[in-house]
Ligand binder design. Sequence first.
Ligand code: NAP
Length: 262
Amino acid sequence: MTSAATVLITGASTGIGATYAQRFAQRGHDLVLVARDQGRLDALAQRLRQAHQVSVDVLPADLTQAADLAAVEARLRDDARIGILINNAGIAQSGGIGQQTADSIERLIALNTTAPTRLAAAVAPRLAQAGAGAIVNLGSVVGLAPEFGMSVYGATKAYMLFLSQGMNVELGAKGVYVQAVLPAGTRTEIWERAGIDINSLPELMDVEELVDAALVGFDRRELVTIPPLRAAERWTALDGARQALLGDLHQAYAAERYRQPG
Ligand code: NAP
Protein backbone atom coordinates (compact mmCIF):
# COMPACT_ATOMS: atom_id res chain seq x y z
CA MET A 1 0.00 0.00 0.00
CA THR A 2 2.69 2.47 1.04
CA SER A 3 4.51 2.82 -2.29
CA ALA A 4 1.61 4.53 -4.08
CA ALA A 5 -0.39 5.41 -1.02
CA THR A 6 -2.10 8.76 -0.60
CA VAL A 7 -0.44 10.86 2.11
CA LEU A 8 -2.49 12.98 4.52
CA ILE A 9 -0.37 15.80 5.95
CA THR A 10 -1.51 18.09 8.75
CA GLY A 11 -0.08 21.59 8.95
CA ALA A 12 0.60 21.43 5.22
CA SER A 13 0.07 25.13 4.43
CA THR A 14 3.68 26.11 5.22
CA GLY A 15 6.96 25.04 6.82
CA ILE A 16 7.77 21.40 7.44
CA GLY A 17 4.31 20.18 6.35
CA ALA A 18 4.40 22.03 3.02
CA THR A 19 7.89 20.64 2.40
CA TYR A 20 6.71 17.08 3.12
CA ALA A 21 3.88 17.72 0.65
CA GLN A 22 6.31 18.78 -2.06
CA ARG A 23 8.62 15.82 -1.45
CA PHE A 24 5.84 13.21 -1.42
CA ALA A 25 4.31 14.73 -4.57
CA GLN A 26 7.73 14.51 -6.20
CA ARG A 27 7.75 10.80 -5.27
CA GLY A 28 4.42 10.38 -7.05
CA HIS A 29 2.08 10.20 -4.06
CA ASP A 30 -1.39 11.72 -4.13
CA LEU A 31 -2.01 14.04 -1.20
CA VAL A 32 -4.62 15.31 1.24
CA LEU A 33 -3.50 18.64 2.69
CA VAL A 34 -4.87 19.79 6.06
CA ALA A 35 -4.47 23.21 7.75
CA ARG A 36 -6.66 26.25 8.47
CA ASP A 37 -5.58 28.56 5.64
CA GLN A 38 -7.51 27.36 2.60
CA GLY A 39 -5.97 29.98 0.30
CA ARG A 40 -2.45 28.75 0.99
CA LEU A 41 -3.49 25.10 0.73
CA ASP A 42 -5.22 25.72 -2.61
CA ALA A 43 -2.16 27.53 -3.99
CA LEU A 44 0.18 24.74 -2.89
CA ALA A 45 -2.18 22.05 -4.24
CA GLN A 46 -2.32 23.79 -7.60
CA ARG A 47 1.47 24.05 -7.80
CA LEU A 48 1.98 20.39 -6.89
CA ARG A 49 -0.66 19.11 -9.33
CA GLN A 50 1.00 20.99 -12.15
CA ALA A 51 4.58 20.14 -11.23
CA HIS A 52 4.12 16.47 -10.37
CA GLN A 53 0.86 15.28 -12.01
CA VAL A 54 -0.53 13.99 -8.72
CA SER A 55 -4.01 14.36 -7.27
CA VAL A 56 -4.13 16.79 -4.34
CA ASP A 57 -7.18 17.31 -2.12
CA VAL A 58 -7.47 20.20 0.27
CA LEU A 59 -9.21 19.60 3.58
CA PRO A 60 -9.31 22.86 5.55
CA ALA A 61 -9.57 22.22 9.29
CA ASP A 62 -8.75 23.83 12.60
CA LEU A 63 -7.57 20.78 14.50
CA THR A 64 -8.37 22.40 17.84
CA GLN A 65 -12.07 22.48 16.88
CA ALA A 66 -14.10 19.33 17.58
CA ALA A 67 -16.12 19.30 14.35
CA ASP A 68 -13.07 19.91 12.13
CA LEU A 69 -11.02 17.27 13.93
CA ALA A 70 -13.87 14.78 13.57
CA ALA A 71 -14.02 15.47 9.81
CA VAL A 72 -10.30 14.68 9.41
CA GLU A 73 -10.69 11.55 11.55
CA ALA A 74 -13.56 10.42 9.33
CA ARG A 75 -11.48 10.97 6.21
CA LEU A 76 -8.65 8.89 7.69
CA ARG A 77 -11.03 6.13 8.72
CA ASP A 78 -12.99 5.98 5.47
CA ASP A 79 -10.59 6.78 2.64
CA ALA A 80 -8.83 3.49 1.92
CA ARG A 81 -6.35 5.21 -0.42
CA ILE A 82 -4.71 7.02 2.51
CA GLY A 83 -1.79 4.87 3.66
CA ILE A 84 0.50 7.48 5.25
CA LEU A 85 -0.36 10.03 7.95
CA ILE A 86 2.08 12.85 8.64
CA ASN A 87 1.10 14.24 12.06
CA ASN A 88 2.89 17.56 11.66
CA ALA A 89 0.61 20.47 12.63
CA GLY A 90 1.88 22.11 15.80
CA ILE A 91 2.51 25.38 17.53
CA ALA A 92 5.13 26.62 19.98
CA GLN A 93 4.74 29.21 22.70
CA SER A 94 7.04 31.83 24.15
CA GLY A 95 7.36 32.44 27.87
CA GLY A 96 7.45 30.09 30.82
CA ILE A 97 4.55 28.22 32.38
CA GLY A 98 3.68 31.19 34.61
CA GLN A 99 3.34 33.56 31.68
CA GLN A 100 1.01 31.46 29.56
CA THR A 101 -2.76 31.82 29.72
CA ALA A 102 -5.07 28.91 30.40
CA ASP A 103 -6.53 29.30 26.91
CA SER A 104 -3.14 29.26 25.16
CA ILE A 105 -2.06 26.18 27.14
CA GLU A 106 -5.31 24.45 26.23
CA ARG A 107 -4.85 25.27 22.54
CA LEU A 108 -1.23 24.12 22.49
CA ILE A 109 -2.03 20.78 24.11
CA ALA A 110 -5.09 20.28 21.90
CA LEU A 111 -3.14 20.85 18.68
CA ASN A 112 0.17 19.23 19.63
CA THR A 113 -1.12 16.14 21.45
CA THR A 114 -4.88 15.55 21.35
CA ALA A 115 -5.27 16.05 17.60
CA PRO A 116 -2.34 13.86 16.46
CA THR A 117 -3.32 11.13 18.92
CA ARG A 118 -6.90 11.07 17.68
CA LEU A 119 -5.80 11.13 14.04
CA ALA A 120 -3.39 8.25 14.62
CA ALA A 121 -6.10 6.31 16.44
CA ALA A 122 -8.51 6.95 13.57
CA VAL A 123 -6.22 5.52 10.90
CA ALA A 124 -4.39 2.79 12.86
CA PRO A 125 -7.07 0.05 12.74
CA ARG A 126 -7.42 0.35 8.97
CA LEU A 127 -3.64 0.28 8.41
CA ALA A 128 -3.25 -2.67 10.80
CA GLN A 129 -6.02 -4.48 8.96
CA ALA A 130 -4.24 -3.87 5.66
CA GLY A 131 -0.89 -4.85 7.20
CA ALA A 132 0.78 -1.78 5.68
CA GLY A 133 1.10 1.97 5.95
CA ALA A 134 2.95 4.55 8.00
CA ILE A 135 2.34 7.14 10.72
CA VAL A 136 4.93 9.91 11.15
CA ASN A 137 4.79 12.05 14.29
CA LEU A 138 6.64 15.36 14.63
CA GLY A 139 8.30 15.61 18.01
CA SER A 140 11.21 17.90 18.84
CA VAL A 141 14.56 17.76 20.59
CA VAL A 142 12.90 20.20 23.02
CA GLY A 143 11.05 17.11 24.28
CA LEU A 144 14.41 15.78 25.48
CA ALA A 145 15.48 19.07 27.06
CA PRO A 146 13.58 20.45 30.06
CA GLU A 147 16.60 22.78 30.39
CA PHE A 148 15.32 24.81 27.43
CA GLY A 149 12.57 26.31 29.59
CA MET A 150 9.75 25.55 27.14
CA SER A 151 7.99 23.25 29.59
CA VAL A 152 4.53 22.88 28.06
CA TYR A 153 5.68 22.77 24.45
CA GLY A 154 8.49 20.37 25.38
CA ALA A 155 6.07 18.15 27.28
CA THR A 156 3.83 17.87 24.21
CA LYS A 157 6.85 16.86 22.15
CA ALA A 158 8.04 14.30 24.73
CA TYR A 159 4.50 12.92 24.49
CA MET A 160 4.87 12.53 20.71
CA LEU A 161 8.06 10.53 21.17
CA PHE A 162 6.45 8.23 23.73
CA LEU A 163 3.31 7.90 21.61
CA SER A 164 5.43 6.85 18.64
CA GLN A 165 7.43 4.32 20.65
CA GLY A 166 4.24 2.86 22.09
CA MET A 167 2.44 2.75 18.76
CA ASN A 168 5.47 1.04 17.25
CA VAL A 169 5.15 -1.71 19.88
CA GLU A 170 1.43 -2.04 19.15
CA LEU A 171 1.43 -1.65 15.38
CA GLY A 172 4.91 -2.58 14.16
CA ALA A 173 4.26 -6.30 14.23
CA LYS A 174 1.08 -5.69 12.22
CA GLY A 175 3.05 -4.15 9.37
CA VAL A 176 2.47 -0.48 10.21
CA TYR A 177 5.60 1.67 10.26
CA VAL A 178 5.75 4.40 12.93
CA GLN A 179 8.36 7.15 12.92
CA ALA A 180 9.07 9.95 15.40
CA VAL A 181 10.94 12.87 13.85
CA LEU A 182 12.76 15.15 16.29
CA PRO A 183 13.96 18.36 14.64
CA ALA A 184 15.98 21.00 16.44
CA GLY A 185 15.52 24.67 15.48
CA THR A 186 14.37 24.82 11.87
CA ARG A 187 13.74 27.95 9.80
CA THR A 188 9.92 28.17 9.51
CA GLU A 189 7.13 30.50 10.60
CA ILE A 190 6.74 28.68 13.93
CA TRP A 191 9.01 31.15 15.72
CA GLU A 192 7.27 34.29 14.52
CA ARG A 193 3.88 32.74 15.25
CA ALA A 194 5.04 32.08 18.83
CA GLY A 195 6.24 35.67 19.22
CA ILE A 196 9.92 34.70 19.16
CA ASP A 197 12.31 36.85 17.11
CA ILE A 198 14.04 34.48 14.69
CA ASN A 199 17.10 36.77 14.71
CA SER A 200 17.52 36.14 18.44
CA LEU A 201 18.11 32.43 17.79
CA PRO A 202 21.35 30.63 17.09
CA GLU A 203 21.73 29.04 13.68
CA LEU A 204 18.72 27.15 12.34
CA MET A 205 18.40 24.26 9.90
CA ASP A 206 16.79 24.91 6.52
CA VAL A 207 13.42 23.23 6.24
CA GLU A 208 14.33 21.30 3.08
CA GLU A 209 17.41 19.85 4.78
CA LEU A 210 15.30 18.80 7.76
CA VAL A 211 12.60 17.08 5.71
CA ASP A 212 15.06 15.38 3.36
CA ALA A 213 16.93 13.97 6.37
CA ALA A 214 13.65 12.86 7.96
CA LEU A 215 12.80 11.06 4.72
CA VAL A 216 16.15 9.24 4.74
CA GLY A 217 15.11 7.93 8.18
CA PHE A 218 11.64 7.14 6.79
CA ASP A 219 13.07 5.13 3.91
CA ARG A 220 15.28 3.22 6.38
CA ARG A 221 12.22 2.56 8.55
CA GLU A 222 13.89 4.16 11.56
CA LEU A 223 11.68 4.49 14.64
CA VAL A 224 13.33 7.67 15.91
CA THR A 225 14.94 10.11 13.49
CA ILE A 226 16.89 13.05 14.93
CA PRO A 227 18.30 14.92 11.91
CA PRO A 228 20.57 17.30 13.88
CA LEU A 229 22.10 14.55 16.07
CA ARG A 230 25.64 13.88 14.86
CA ALA A 231 26.46 10.73 16.88
CA ALA A 232 23.58 8.27 16.42
CA GLU A 233 24.98 6.08 19.20
CA ARG A 234 24.01 8.73 21.78
CA TRP A 235 20.36 8.01 21.09
CA THR A 236 21.01 4.27 21.20
CA ALA A 237 22.76 4.67 24.58
CA LEU A 238 19.92 6.78 26.00
CA ASP A 239 17.32 4.25 24.91
CA GLY A 240 19.49 1.42 26.24
CA ALA A 241 19.74 3.17 29.63
CA ARG A 242 15.96 3.50 29.72
CA GLN A 243 15.52 -0.21 29.07
CA ALA A 244 18.13 -1.09 31.71
CA LEU A 245 16.20 1.04 34.22
CA LEU A 246 13.03 -0.89 33.44
CA GLY A 247 14.91 -4.11 34.10
CA ASP A 248 15.86 -2.84 37.56
CA LEU A 249 12.29 -2.19 38.76
CA HIS A 250 11.05 -4.58 41.43
CA GLN A 251 7.36 -4.07 41.73
CA ALA A 252 6.51 -5.70 45.03
CA TYR A 253 8.96 -3.93 47.39
CA ALA A 254 10.19 -0.37 47.86
CA ALA A 255 13.89 0.07 47.16
CA GLU A 256 16.23 -0.11 50.15
CA ARG A 257 16.82 3.66 50.21
CA TYR A 258 13.10 4.31 50.77
CA ARG A 259 12.68 1.94 53.71
CA GLN A 260 11.82 3.63 57.00
CA PRO A 261 14.55 3.10 59.58
CA GLY A 262 13.64 0.57 62.25
P1 NAP B 1 4.91 26.34 10.98
O1 NAP B 1 5.77 26.78 9.86
O2 NAP B 1 4.41 27.37 11.96
O3 NAP B 1 3.67 25.53 10.38
C1 NAP B 1 2.69 25.01 11.23
C2 NAP B 1 1.58 24.39 10.40
O4 NAP B 1 0.55 23.97 11.29
C3 NAP B 1 0.97 25.36 9.43
O5 NAP B 1 0.66 24.71 8.23
C4 NAP B 1 -0.30 25.81 10.12
O6 NAP B 1 -1.26 26.15 9.14
C5 NAP B 1 -0.68 24.54 10.87
N1 NAP B 1 -1.55 24.82 12.00
C6 NAP B 1 -1.33 25.70 13.01
N2 NAP B 1 -2.39 25.73 13.84
C7 NAP B 1 -3.29 24.84 13.33
C8 NAP B 1 -4.59 24.44 13.72
N3 NAP B 1 -5.18 24.94 14.82
N4 NAP B 1 -5.23 23.51 12.98
C9 NAP B 1 -4.65 22.99 11.88
N5 NAP B 1 -3.42 23.35 11.44
C10 NAP B 1 -2.77 24.26 12.17
O7 NAP B 1 5.63 25.23 11.87
P2 NAP B 1 6.74 24.14 11.49
O8 NAP B 1 8.04 24.66 11.99
O9 NAP B 1 6.61 23.71 10.10
O10 NAP B 1 6.32 22.99 12.49
C11 NAP B 1 5.75 21.76 12.08
C12 NAP B 1 5.93 20.75 13.21
O11 NAP B 1 7.32 20.58 13.48
C13 NAP B 1 5.29 21.20 14.54
O12 NAP B 1 4.68 20.09 15.15
C14 NAP B 1 6.47 21.67 15.36
O13 NAP B 1 6.25 21.56 16.74
C15 NAP B 1 7.56 20.73 14.86
N6 NAP B 1 8.91 21.26 15.08
C16 NAP B 1 9.32 22.41 14.50
C17 NAP B 1 10.60 22.92 14.78
C18 NAP B 1 11.12 24.20 14.19
O14 NAP B 1 12.14 24.70 14.66
N7 NAP B 1 10.48 24.75 13.16
C19 NAP B 1 11.46 22.22 15.65
C20 NAP B 1 11.00 21.04 16.23
C21 NAP B 1 9.73 20.56 15.94
P3 NAP B 1 -2.49 27.19 9.30
O15 NAP B 1 -1.98 28.39 10.01
O16 NAP B 1 -2.89 27.41 7.88
O17 NAP B 1 -3.52 26.43 10.06
